[in-house]
Design a protein around this ligand. Structure first.
Ligand code: FAD
Length: 340
């Protein structure tokens, strides 16, 4: 029995059995990009918010479509590439940027890919992967967070249009997004079964709010300052009936299933961020002198950790490589599959 238990081998080149050499090559190239092009701006962006050009650049390098099919501009890789992306972005040392990117790659685009019509995919998935259109996800409301079935934003069919009324809060990318996956009640008399997803434009080509949509407040936060977080209002906001994403009345089940993978991506990014902090702390502790020696030397365990120092890894030469789906895992972003 004990022979079948998989134990970590800290000296192994392959850090985890879900990651192949292709995953590791991507990690190297993304890490190099994050250090070179993102990390230098980490403090400035806490003041100004990360610029749209950062996500456009990520799209150009092929980093936004890692696990979407090549026919939509993606790289055709598996779900684990999303974990690599989240971990590699930790080298930008800017949590708000990682969060804003993850909303695009792991929360907005997966349901568009999994549930969208061909027309919706061409309109939102293709430019979303290219980084030329930014999306937001609107679930949370002033009166409904964890209890999604309690949302009050309604979309009532009027001829061939839905008329949306309500408010959303804590919405990442709200100030910059051109489109949104919006969670609404199409049947307010029902709880879970009254919920529908809509895929809608919220701004015109010039970035102006469409009539009936507004950002009522850009919320102040304690951290993640480079990411914008907004409170939104919809007042008789009209969208075509074809804006439904998936099935009418199935929205609760769609977000429970199609967004399954994003929490693990968030956890991987958070864990990687903590690793970067540990590295910085150890570096400081070994450099800072007090009482005639580095302060880290007062705690012998700092240098005795079996995982420290980390092994240096080989560099990849190509930042835009196509990863492929070599693990046998699902090619679907947003749904994790254990490789067989
Ligand atoms: C920086 C940031 C960005 C965000 N971006 C987005 C976004 O882009 N789109 C979006 O839709 N939302 C977004 N959110 C909202 C986020 O998803 C919600 O905060 C989350 O769903 C929790 O809802 P809430 O804040 O209303 O907490 P509440 O639902 O009020 O919960 C408060 C506390 O009570 C606990 N709790 C609730 N119910 C139970 C229960 N039944 N049993 C035990 N404990 C319970 C919760 O775990 C939590 O600790 C964002 C939030 C933040 C902070």
């Amino acid at each position: 029995m004990t022979d079948t238990v998989i134990k970590p081998d800290f000296d192994a080149a392959q850090k985890h059995f879900i990651f192949t050499q292709e995953h590791e090559d991507l990690r190297e190239s993304m890490e190099a990009w994050a250090k070179k092009e993102l990390h230098p701006h980490r403090n400035e962006w806490e003041e100004t918010k990360w610029p749209d050009s950062a996500i456009e650049r990520a799209g150009e390098l092929g980093y936004l479509g890692l696990c979407f099919p090549e026919e939509y501009g993606g790289q055709g890789g598996d779900y684990f590439y999303s974990l690599v992306r989240a971990e590699a972005l930790s080298y930008a040392a800017n949590g708000g940027l990682g969060m804003g990117f993850a909303v695009q790659t792991d929360m907005v685009l997966p349901p568009v890919h999994l549930l969208g019509t061909e027309e919706q995919k061409q309109k939102y998935l293709v430019p979303g992967i290219a980084g030329t259109k930014i999306g937001a996800l609107g679930i949370t409301e002033p009166g409904a967070g964890s209890d999604v079935a309690g949302i009050r934003t309604t979309a009532i069919l009027d001829g061939d249009e839905y008329v949306i009324n309500g408010a959303k809060t804590f919405i990442t990318n709200a100030a910059r997004a051109q489109f949104m996956v919006l969670v609404v009640k199409t049947d307010p008399s029902k709880a879970h079964d009254g919920i529908t997803l809509l895929l809608i434009d919220i701004r015109d080509e010039d970035g102006n709010d469409l009539p009936g949509f507004s950002v009522t407040s850009n919320l102040e936060k304690m951290g993640m300052l480079s990411s914008d977080t907004g409170e939104l209002a919809f007042e008789d906001f009209r969208v075509p009936a074809e804006s439904v994403l998936g099935e009418v009345g199935k929205g609760f089940y769609h977000i429970s299933w199609e967004l399954q993978g994003e929490r693990l991506v968030a956890a991987a990014g958070s864990h990687a961020g903590a690793e970067r902090l540990l590295e910085t702390t150890i570096e400081y502790a070994l450099d800072r002198q007090a009482f005639g020696r580095p302060i880290g030397k007062f705690r012998r365990s700092v240098t005795r950790s079996p995982r420290w120092p980390p092994r240096s890894k080989p560099r990849s030469s190509s930042p835009t490589r196509s990863p492929g789906a070599s693990t046998g895992a699902s090619t679907r972003c947003g749904r994790s599959r254990w490789p067989r």
